[in-house]
Design a binder for this molecule. Structure first.
Ligand code: AVI
Length: 316
C-alpha cells in the first residue's frame, strides 16, 4: 500500500510536534517516500513477512466468492490503491463491473498504475480519485438505481492495522456510509504466535530495519535534519496487551538530533516511535466494524489462520 508523500511543511511540522512529545512519535505515513515505498515492496517479498503472500493466496483461491458478495455491475472503490496488483483477482471475477475507482493521495503513482491496469482491462471504466481517503473526498456518482449495481469497497494489505484505534473507527464509520447498500472487503492481520510476528518485523536481511531507519534518512534528505548516522537502530517488538507490533528508532547513546536548528536531546535507549501494526481476532474486528454500522459476512483465512479477508455488509 502507499501512504501519502506529503509536502515538506507537513513532514517538518509533524516531526517537530512528535519530537516535542514526552513519548516521541511520528506517523508511519512518512515512511513512504520513493525509497521507503521501494523498501516496503521488498518487505512484501521477504520469507518472514507472511501478510502479502497470505492475502494473495486468499485472493487467488477465493476471488470468485468475494466477487459474488460484491454482485454484478458493482462500482468498486479501492482505498489506498498502490500498485493495483491485488484488485486484479477481483476484476477477473466480477460480473460486468460498472467502474473501478482507486483512491490514493500520490497522483503520479496512481495514474501510472491505472494506465497499466487499463492496458490489461481495456473495457473497464477506471475513474481514479487523487485524495487522502481518510479525509472527506468526492467519488463518482453511485450506480444508478435500477442498474442492479452497488458501490462496494476493497481495503487490502492490513493497512488498517497501522491506524490508531480511533482512526480505524473513523475510517470504518466513513466507509459504512460511503458504501451504504453495498459492502467492504478488508484485509486484517490476525493475532498469532509472537515469535512469528517478531520474525516478520525483524527480518534476517535487515530490510525492515532499513525501512524504519529511512524515516530519519528522509528527514536528513528533505529537511536537513542533522544526527549521527549510526546513532539510532531499529527496534520492533510485540506489545501483547495492546495486540500490536511497535516499531521504534532507538538511540544508541546520549545525543542531539537537530531539526531546523532545534536540538532534540535523546538519552541512550530513548526512542522515536514510528509505527504500530495492530493484530486482530476475526470476532474482535467484526465487533468493531459492527459499531460502525457493518454486518459481518463471510470470512476467508489461510490454513494457519494468520491473515483474514472479511466481507462486511454496509448498512442499507
Ligand atoms: C503497510 N503495513 C500494513 C505494514 C505492516 O505490516 O504493518 C507496514 C510494515 N511495517 C513493517 N513492515 C511492514
Amino acid at each position: 500500500m502507499n501512504y501519502p508523500v506529503r509536502a515538506r511543511t507537513s513532514f517538518a511540522a509533524d516531526l517537530h510536534a512528535g519530537l516535542a512529545l514526552t513519548r516521541r512519535s511520528v506517523s508511519p505515513k512518512y515512511f513512504y517516500d520513493d525509497i521507503g515505498s521501494r523498501l516496503f515492496e521488498q518487505i512484501c517479498e521477504l520469507p518472514e513477512y507472511y501478510p502479502t503472500r497470505s492475502e494473495l493466496g486468499l485472493l487467488r483461491a477465493h476471488a470468485a466468492e468475494m466477487a459474488e458478495c460484491m454482485g454484478p455491475r458493482a462500482q468498486l472503490i479501492e482505498y489506498g490503491a498502490g500498485a493495483l496488483r491485488k484488485v486484479r483477482f477481483l476484476l477477473d471475477r466480477l460480473e460486468s463491473p460498472q467502474a473501478f475507482v482507486p483512491l490514493d493521495i500520490s497522483g503520479a503513482h496512481l495514474l501510472a498504475a491505472c494506465d497499466e491496469l487499463q492496458q490489461d482491462y481495456p473495457a473497464l471504466c477506471i475513474a481514479p480519485v487523487v485524495a487522502d481517503f481518510t479525509q472527506p473526498h468526492d467519488l463518482p456518482p453511485r450506480p444508478a438505481p435500477g442498474s442492479g449495481g452497488r458501490r462496494v469497497g476493497f481495503f487490502p494489505g492490513s493497512s488498517i492495522g497501522n491506524f490508531t484505534p480511533e482512526e480505524a473507527q473513523d475510517f470504518l464509520r466513513m466507509a459504512a456510509q460511503e458504501l451504504r447498500g453495498g459492502g467492504l472487503l478488508i484485509g486484517i492481520d490476525l493475532i498469532k504466535d509472537p515469535a512469528v510476528l517478531h520474525a516478520a518485523y525483524n527480518d534476517a536481511a535487515g530490510v525492515t530495519a532499513a525501512f524504519n531507519l529511512n524515516l530519519l534518512e528522509r528527514a536528513r534528505r528533505e529537511l536537513g535534519a542533522e544526527f549521527d548516522a549510526d546513532g539510532f537502530f531499529h527496534s520492533a517488538f510485540y506489545n501483547a496487551p495492546l495486540q500490536r507490533i511497535e516499531m521504534h528508532l532507538m538511540s544508541r547513546r546520549r545525543q542531539a538530533l537537530l531539526l531546523d536548528g532545534v536540538p532534540y536531546q535523546f538519552d541512550a535507549g530513548q526512542t522515536l516511535h514510528t509505527e504500530n501494526s495492530y493484530k486482530y481476532s476475526v470476532a474482535g474486528f467484526q465487533a468493531q466494524a459492527a459499531r460502525a454500522g457493518f454486518r459481518p459476512g463471510p470470512v476467508w483465512t489461510d490454513e494457519r489462520e494468520w491473515f483474514g479477508l472479511l466481507w462486511l455488509q454496509s448498512p442499507p
